[in-house]
Structures are given as structure tokens and as C-alpha cells.
Design a protein around this ligand. Sequence first.
Ligand code: NAI
Length: 305
Amino acid sequence: MSSIDFKGRVAIVTGAGGGLGRQHALALAARGAKVLVNDLGGARDGSGGSVSAAQAVVDEILAAGGEAIANGASVTDFEAVQAMVAQAVATWGRVDILVNNAGILRDKSFAKMDLADFRLVMDVHLMGAVHCTKAVWALMNEQKYGRIVMTTSSSGLYGNFGQSNYGAAKLALVGLMQTLSIEGAKNDIRVNCLAPTAATRMTEDLMPEAVLEALKPEAVVPAMLVLAGQEAPNRTILCAGAGSFEAAHITLTNGAWIGLGGDAPERLADRLAEVTDRSGEIVPQSGAAQGSNEVGKAMANAGRH
Ligand code: NAI
């Protein structure tokens, strides 16, 4: 059986004052990591803030014999995030693991949503993760080691009524992961996404009671530990909830060569079922794969249309 331990490793977990982040921080510390516990300490919609939420988790880790420090930075503030990373480095000399977990909700149907709520959710989830990742990126490249976990969501992967802002931000993190996993690979920086389902204050009024019972946040933690571990995969979207695990993939169908010409739209419309048919679809390893696939089909059909 694999063994996953974090002795000598330094981890930053954002939004770790409660919910999933708290469980992530406790589990990393229990397996030997030194953990910077970040949390703005605000309400579910992102209002307010205090370092006491992070400090309470640090106290739990210390009481269990672990090592941890608290940080109250908002992930939306790049200078504060840089100071957070500097705090971890000043205390322990390195940062091996970053779990981008902080998040808020501002749910409304798109018709009723104002743009300020759209921007704020993008800012916390997407730019928050960008700030934290940027602040550790040079360090991880110099160390030639890094494990970064982005917290995405089924709302981003598949959609959910009332969560256009949240879904857009969460799928943006998948896009960020796709490229960073390519750019970081040469220095053993592995970047992955976690898509959790858990009963936390974020979901307490979105799911029925019995379902919430089954969805303990602790049940998501194994997926995070695997993605943060030495033997982590790279570029995986791991879904986790209630003790079940799945992988989500962004696939490309075999498609069809339609060619050029004034009637190409009509020919495409006629063959759309063939273009979208999923048999034989692939998971491209970079965006270049789509282009070369298309050029390949065009070359094979050179001379037609
Ligand atoms: P939560 O609301 O319990 O935890 C989020 C934490 O982030 C809070 O402690 C909050 O204070 C902190 N936070 C918010 N804004 C911050 C900021 N600007 N800077 C630093 N910290 C900030 O929610 P939960 O459920 O534990 O969510 C954790 C992550 O998992 C989020 O990214 C969420 O979007 C994601 N997620 C959760 C799902 C679930 O079923 N609970 C489903 C899919 C994704």
C-alpha cells in the first residue's frame, strides 16, 4: 500500500479557518506537514474578517502536537499574499504545497445577478488562486519541487442554476491548472484540481439534511492528500465526496473533416451528430493536440473542397 506522509514539507492552505480547508490543514499537519493556516475569517458571502478563525485551527494543530502558524490575509490582496508566503518562508524556509481552497458564494440567477457580485466571486476564486500560486511559483521552481491543488467545483465543470459567477470562476481554475501543469513539469511542480462535494456552511442551505449527513468534509480530504503528496499525478481533475472518487476529463471527439467553401455551414449542420459523436474521443495533453488533429484531417483530405 502507498504511504503518504509530509514530514519536512511546508504547506499553505487558504481559507482553512473552517469547512474543507480546516480538514485539509488538520490532515496535512497530522501527517507531518508544517502548515500555514490562512483565513480571512469573513462570512460566507465574503463580508467581514478576522484572523481568529485561522488561529483556532492553528491551536487545534498545536494541541495535537503539530506545527502551524496563522495568517489572516485576503487572497484577493496580492501584497498580503506575498507577505503570507514570506511568513511561511521566514518560519520554515520553504513552501512545498499550496492548497488553493478559499472561496465565497454570491448566488443568483444570471438575470438577477449584478456585475459586482460576478466580479467579486471571480476575484476571490480565480484571482485569489492566481495570487497565491504566483507568490510561490518562483520559489517552487528554484526548489524544483511543488504541489499545487486548485479547488474547482462540479458547478464549474457541469453548471448549476444560480452559480454563473461561481461556475465561471471554478472552470477558470481548471484552465489555469491545464497550463501551469505543463509549465511546472520540468521542475517537478505538479498542479491538479480537486472538485469536492461536502456539507459545509457553503452548502448547508443547498442540499437536503440526509444528504448533508453523508457528506462529511473529512471524506474529501484523501483526494487532497493524494494530490498534495510526493507521488501526486499532474493535471488531474479529481472529484471527491462521501468517500467516492471520480476523475473529470475535458475530451475531444474524433469529429469530421468538413472543409472550406460557402456551403460549409450547411454541411457542418448536416453532420453535427457525427462531429459531436463521442466514440473514440481523446483527452488532449495540450491545446496543440486539437490544432494538429485538425490540420492532420485537412491534410488527409487535401484536394477535396
Ligand atoms: P467554507 O465557506 O466553509 O470555507 C471557505 C473559507 O474560505 C472560509 O473559511 C472563508 O473565511 C475563507 N475565505 C473566503 N474568502 C477569503 C479570502 N478572500 N481570503 C482568505 N480566505 C477566504 O466553504 P467550503 O465548502 O469549505 O469551501 C472550500 C472550497 O471548496 C471553496 O473553494 C469552495 O468553492 C469549494 N467547493 C466546495 C464544495 C462543497 O460542496 N462544500 C463544492 C465545490 C467546491
